[in-house]
Design a protein around this ligand. Structure first.
Ligand SMILES: *Cc1c(COP(=O)(O)O)cnc(C)c1O
Length: 394
């Protein structure tokens, strides 16, 4: 037993604020009774404001992987070609899921050091004269690498190519942390989950669905039952669900939506940008390298840090957990043991970041990783800049 709070600084699940824990600490109600409709309607309507959409949102009692599957089985037919982009481990998992569903994913490969390149997507779409490609699937925030794909630019590339494919985006680790506009950006299916930017425990997942995707789903040939949008639509229109929803998580979701609007989504996004900038300043001062090489693609949600050749990121994480009770994200598949990931998302503030970066700096020392001292100091300088104008005026 360790005194004080554990630091859960993996890039999801993120810290659940006390206010949300309290909101869930309430008796489970009859999900077919009259009082439930308010809970259901508030969650379904509220999520539209988070996705920035006027069209339909569905909520599943599942992890994010379920919403990945739902996006594909509702819109596609066996053998359909889908264009996917290897931004990292999560993009690769989505591609494997597509293969298991008898889809034919075309995978644009990459070195995991940037978000998806819209120009490469445009080139593939222009070459697809017969419109064999039925969907373009990208991961907005690639959680394994800390890179962001410019989703609006992917839409522009699709339009420039004059291609009718659906655009699908995985926002499981970006929604409510990084700006995202389902309608304005012309996304057809947006996939998300509860346990990252939404600050909830794991267990809820989402699809936001354009009218075009809803129409396409009527003729799509893949079998679906649990994930069926059509089965959800009727009950959802009056605030109910076709099967038992995760009632207490919906209480928490409604609290999370309120909290996000109280702070203001733009302020939430700016907070994440600022914490990411401070984290990168620390990494630079330590003399270490950020995995994502394209500055404008670097993630506001997490920072993946490479350890020098010959050193073990996993040993560093184990030492940091043992000595300071802080969990950091591990490197996945291609970058296993080569990187560690610092999560700076969700319910998070300046002093939590300072504690996190202090833990990393002490862990580097304890694990014998070559680094220069002063990373935390560099982060403090970046954090302080917010108040420079006020100080100058005083
Ligand atoms: C976490 C995550 C997933 C997987 O979600 P689960 O809830 O573990 O099923 C998929 N994509 C991205 C980008 C993620 O961050």
């Amino acid at each position: 037993m360790t005194a004080g709070r554990h630091f859960l600084q993996i890039p999801g699940p993120s810290n659940v604020p006390d206010r949300i824990l309290r909101a869930m600490d309430y008796p489970t109600m009859d999900h077919r009774g009259p009082a439930f409709a308010d809970v259901g309607r508030k969650a379904l309507e509220g999520m539209k404001s988070i996705f920035k959409t006027e069209s339909r949102v569905v909520i599943y009692p599942s992890s994010g992987t379920g919403a990945w599957e739902a996006a594909l089985v509702n819109t596609l037919s066996p053998g359909d070609t889908v264009l996917m982009y290897e931004t990292g481990h999560f993009a690769t998992l989505w591609k494997s899921l597509a293969q298991k569903l008898d889809l034919n994913p075309v995978f644009i490969e990459s070195d995991w050091r940037a978000g998806a390149d819209p120009a490469a997507i445009e080139e593939r779409l222009r070459a697809d004269k017969g419109h064999e490609i039925k969907a373009v699937c990208v991961v907005h925030n690639e959680t394994s690498t800390g890179s962001v794909t410019p989703v609006a630019d992917v839409r522009r590339a699709m339009d420039a190519a004059g291609h009718p494919a659906l655009l699908m985006a995985d926002t499981i680790s970006s929604l409510a942390s990084v700006e995202f506009k389902h309608d304005d950006w012309g996304v057809d299916v947006t996939v998300s989950g509860s346990q990252k930017g939404l600050m909830l425990p794991p267990g809820l997942s989402f699809n936001a669905i354009s009218d075009k995707a809803m129409k396409v789903s009527e003729a799509a040939g893949l079998k679906r039952a649990y994930w069926s949008w059509a089965d959800m639509a009727g009950p959802n229109d009056t605030g109910y669900f076709p099967y038992t929803p995760a009632t207490n998580l919906l209480y928490g979701l409604n609290e999370a939506i309120d909290m996000l609007h109280e702070e203001g989504l733009d302020n939430v996004f700016a907070r994440h940008q600022r914490h990411a900038a401070a984290t990168r300043a620390a990494v630079k001062a330590w003399g270490l390298e950020v995995l994502c090489q394209v500055p404008e693609h670097r993630s506001p949600v997490l920072t993946a840090v490479m350890v020098p050749e010959g050193h073990s990121a996993d040993n560093f994480r184990a030492v940091t957990l043992r000595n300071y009770d802080m969990s950091l994200g591990n490197g996945l598949s291609k970058v296993a043991d080569r990187v560690f990931r610092i999560g700076h998302l969700g319910d998070f503030n300046d002093l939590m970041l300072c504690g996190t970066l202090s833990g990393v700096e002490m862990g580097l020392r304890d694990a014998g990783i070559p680094y220069r001292a002063g990373g935390v100091q560099a982060a403090l300088e970046v954090l302080g800049q917010k108040f420079d104008a006020a100080r100058a005026a005083a």
